[in-house]
Design a protein around this ligand. Structure first.
Ligand code: SF4
Length: 892
């Protein structure tokens, strides 16, 4: 139900990625882009465009649950407060831990950080930003003296060269990528992509360097040496505003004594390296965007500093169209960094390394038990829970049983920890292991602020009442603090009070020592906060945009100088092995977000990639007898699972890619992070997600299946065969496959087996077609004329009907019972007339690949614009444009 609020529409912020697009929640329930928001000027990507479809409440967590039993909030909060207090009394404050999220609002983050570091007395509070941004934070602090992204999005339009390093921005930051492409069309901006994979971001790029995974340091060390050798160093800038150039240059020379050495380390052609170096050296206005391919690495911090070194050496920083730019993964990873949500941060960009900072924060908070040192970081935090050192753990707004490396070990840690509380909106693999589950308010119901990649603080405003007893995280944290006896310091009645305190702390005894200073916002009235326009820090100085930092050459180290950081070459911590010869890389799919709790429920987001998959080069597949569409067992040192194979020449030989989103609730494969090791960057402790040695072998299959069904949790737990589900209108479609026969030869499956898979209790109107000789069995179950579920089984996948045609009939049956003719067509396998549209390419308008191929051929479409005119594909969010272009006879 939408809350009646004036004025309508409600201005808020997309809860997905760090681009931080403004949205308008309209009175009719639709959500559109906010034309006035500086990040997106009204644009949204496929995920943002489908936000309104994620607001259903049927799968939400509604009540506090203690070991499966509903309890009151009072009882739940008392339990947490009592257990935390007893744990601290018996085992010390470090036996308590909290694991938060870049999905937190800043106000949630602030209260959590204050409670743990100032009042419980431990810095054992870390966040899933450790998996995402920790290396960028560490790199910024080393180079600049503070965790600051110097540039802003307007640099896209001002740049002449954009370098994308380890970033598939076309899928992961789509609105920014469209801005890049628009800049290219308008002013001829060159775009060079540096990524082991050929991704959608290579579409329209001027160059792609498919380097060996983990070799970025060598490439940028070589660039630093090249800049020096060709006289491209900004000597006056380096002299006046930096320190450590000679040492960093010496390290670069050692790593990259000549271009041939760079070619050997990176596996790139010497000419490609030379071209990139020449382009970078010759272009004043260059922005280097980087993301998880840089951060999620056992050398992530050095990669960041190798990039920053090149920008410092050329003085290309903090001025229009130039600078290094860390693209933030999560919607409020930046806000988390501002409050000090990482275990090694203090608060408001202050540091545990400075005793004066600890004392300053203590005085500001009037903290009775101030943490004195950094706490446990994500991987070690869960290891400590497994070892029995952490005995009470509260996880909020994140799903570590899926997203952390060695996720089997994380699950063991959750099982071992005596007291696990999980706050979330939906059931997840992590809530399944909690003692206490708390229903959290979701993005449409929350009130607070988020900060995007370019330091813009935007309001997230509620436009919907929380379902059931769901509550905001800041409220639950505050209530626990009060019950622990800290009520005076946690007397917040509303988020505006928390924000003012957060802003005041940023300005407290600051005097220019920290760039992060929201002093101007510390005096906002409640009404001002309610009306707050997006504002960029350092803020505000006569306008909403604080603009770029460091353009004046003044950095945040005490001497005002930036630091060059030597980045000696270290090979990736993991390498191919004889028994595991392939390297597994993990990352995002275009239309899914994190562990699919929200996007996994939207039919039009499920069609682009409907199953967990492995992308691999055809020659690698051939070498182990794998075929497109087949199932493979993939095995690492940490576990194994079964996934679908896709062949792709976009993969380098010897390297495979798997999507990070799927989990136990959506597929039998579970999370890919079960296989990923926990090799940590030595500076940031961010885990490596891009290089895991694995082996693959084919799975022999006896049968294949397609199931469509409504209702239930949708999970086929313990089914004993491969399954994966994808949202369709009115339910889910499941791909099934079995490596063992479901019955003796010539016989059909048992009725119990069929009933269990159909999820049916009422089988009075079950229609069956069986051809045992061919191994074909089909079932359709109707309740009051409505198609509740249908199941198709066959010995080969090609004998199964097209899912999209069946899904059409399934959706139609929601509205009215199927006609007798439609019922008989259903089991004939020809569910509806017409041809399959194929896999979804354009999610906004539901245009499939086969439809596109047909239209391109028949209508002789020769451009993306022509496709848009004919089919509308690509005319809304633009996320599919790279794929549309690839379907054209002459891509362009
Ligand atoms: Fe949301 Fe897409 Fe904008 Fe990211 S780019 S904030 S996911 S609409």
């Amino acid at each position: 139900m939408f809350v009646a609020r004036e004025p309508s529409p409600v201005r808020s912020t997309c809860p997905y990625c760090g681009v931080g697009c403004g949205i308008l929640a309209m009175a009719d329930g639709t959500i559109i882009g906010d034309p006035q928001h500086p990040a997106n000027a009204g644009r949204l990507c496929s995920k943002g465009s489908a936000l309104a479809e994620t607001l259903g409440e049927t799968t939400r967590l509604l009540h506090p649950m203690w070991r499966g039993r509903r309890i009151s909030w009072e009882e739940a909060l008392d339990r947490i407060a009592t257990t935390f207090a007893e744990t601290v009394a018996r085992h010390g404050p470090d036996a308590v831990a909290l694991y938060g999220s870049g999905q937190f609002l800043t106000e949630d983050y602030y209260v959590a950080n204050k409670l743990m570091k100032g009042f419980i007395g431990t810095a054992n509070i870390d966040t899933n930003s450790r998996l995402c941004m920790a290396s960028s934070v560490a790199g910024h602090v080393r180079a600049f003296g503070e965790d600051v992204v110097p540039g802003c999005y307007d640099d896209i339009e001002a740049a002449d060269l954009i370098v994308l390093v380890g970033s598939n921005a076309a899928w992961c930051h789509p609105v920014l990528f469209r801005r890049m492409m628009a800049a290219k069309a308008k002013r001829g901006t060159k775009i060079i992509v540096i990524d082991p994979r050929r991704t959608a971001s290579c579409d329209g790029a001027d160059g792609h360097l498919a380097l060996r995974p983990g070799s970025d340091v060598a490439l940028f060390a070589g660039l630093l040496a090249h800049l020096e050798a060709t006289g491209a160093i900004a000597l006056r800038f380096v002299e006046a505003h930096t320190a450590g150039f000679a040492t960093a240059l010496a390290a670069a020379h050692q790593t990259a004594p000549d271009p041939q050495r760079v070619a050997v380390l990176t596996d790139l052609a010497p000419q490609a390296i030379a071209d990139f170096y020449a382009e970078f050296a010759a272009t004043e206005r260059v922005v280097t965007f980087y993301s998880q391919g840089v951060n999620q690495s056992s050398a992530g911090t050095d990669k960041v500093n190798a990039i920053l070194n090149c920008h410092l050496a050329t003085g290309r920083i903090g001025r229009p169209g130039m600078g290094p730019f860390s693209l933030t993964g999560q919607p409020n990873a930046m806000g988390g960094r501002e409050v000090g949500g990482l275990a090694n941060q203090l608060a408001a960009h202050m540091s545990f390394a400075e005793p004066a900072d600890i004392e300053r924060v203590r005085r500001f908070w009037q903290a009775p038990r101030m943490a004195q040192r950094p706490g446990l970081k994500a991987v070690e935090l869960f290891d400590a829970a497994l070892d029995g050192k952490v005995k009470a753990l509260w996880i909020l707004a994140t799903n570590p049983a899926v997203s952390l490396p060695r996720s089997n070990r994380v699950r063991a840690a959750l099982a071992a920890c005596p007291f696990v509380v999980v706050s979330d909106c939906w059931p997840t693999d992590t809530t399944a292991q909690a003692n206490l589950v708390l229903p959290a308010a979701g993005f449409a119901e929350k009130d607070g602020t988020v900060t995007n990649s370019e330091r813009y603080i935007s309001r997230q405003r509620p436009f919907k009442s929380p379902p059931g007893e769901a509550k905001p995280d800041w409220w639950a944290l505050t209530e626990v603090a009060r019950r622990m006896g800290f009520g005076e310091s946690f007397s917040y009645a509303r988020p505006a009070e928390i924000f003012r305190e957060h802003a005041a702390l940023s300005a407290f005894e600051n005097d220019g020592a920290r760039a992060f200073d929201l002093g101007g916002l510390a005096v906002l009235s409640d009404a001002d906060y309610e009306r707050l326009e997006p504002v960029q820090w350092p803020a505000p100085k006569g306008g909403r945009g604080g603009g770029r930092l460091f353009g004046d050459g003044r950095f945040m180290h005490k001497d005002g100088r930036a630091r060059f950081v030597p980045t000696p070459w270290r090979a990736p911590a993991s390498a191919p092995q004889a028994e595991r010869p392939l390297l597994l890389n993990t990352g995002r799919s275009r239309d899914q977000w994190h562990t699919m709790t929200r996007t996994g429920l939207v039919a039009r987001l499920a069609g682009h990639a409907s199953e967990p998959f492995i992308d691999m080069h055809p020659l690698d597949a051939e070498a182990v007898q794998l075929v497109a569409g087949g199932l493979a067992r993939i095995e690492s040192r940490h576990g194994s699972t079964v996934m679908r194979i896709r062949l792709s020449e976009d993969q380098r030989r010897g390297e495979i890619f798997a999507s990070m989103h799927w989990n136990d609730r959506f597929a039998s494969s579970g999370p890919i992070d079960r296989l990923v090791g926990a090799e940590l960057d030595p500076v940031s402790d961010q885990p490596e997600f891009k290089v895991t040695p694995v082996a693959l072998r084919p799975c022999a299959l006896h049968w294949h299946g397609l199931l469509l069904r409504r209702g239930g949790s949708g999970v086929l737990a313990g089914a004993g065969f491969y399954w994966s589900r994808a949202a369709i209108e009115g339910g889910f479609a499941y791909a099934l496959a079995g490596s063992a026969p479901f019955a003796a030869e010539g016989e059909g499956p048992s009725s119990d087996w069929v009933a269990a898979i159909l999820g049916a209790s009422d089988l009075r109107d079950l229609v069956v077609y069986a051809d045992p000789a061919k191994g074909v069995f089909r079932y359709a179950n109707f309740v009051e004329g409505r198609l509740e579920a249908c199941l198709f089984l066959a010995q080969d996948a090609a004998s199964l009907p097209a899912q999209d045609l069946l899904a059409e009939m399934f959706a139609a049956s929601c509205v009215s019972p199927l006609t007798p003719a439609a019922r008989s067509r259903l089991l004939s396998g020809k569910a509806a007339s017409g041809r399959s549209a194929g896999r979804t390419v354009c999610a906004c308008f539901g245009v499939g690949r086969e439809t596109l191929i047909e239209a391109i051929a028949e209508k002789k479409l020769d451009s993306v614009a022509a496709i848009g005119n004919a089919l509308r594909a690509g005319t809304n969010c633009g996320s599919c444009i790279p794929e549309l272009r690839s379907l054209l006879p002459i891509p362009g």
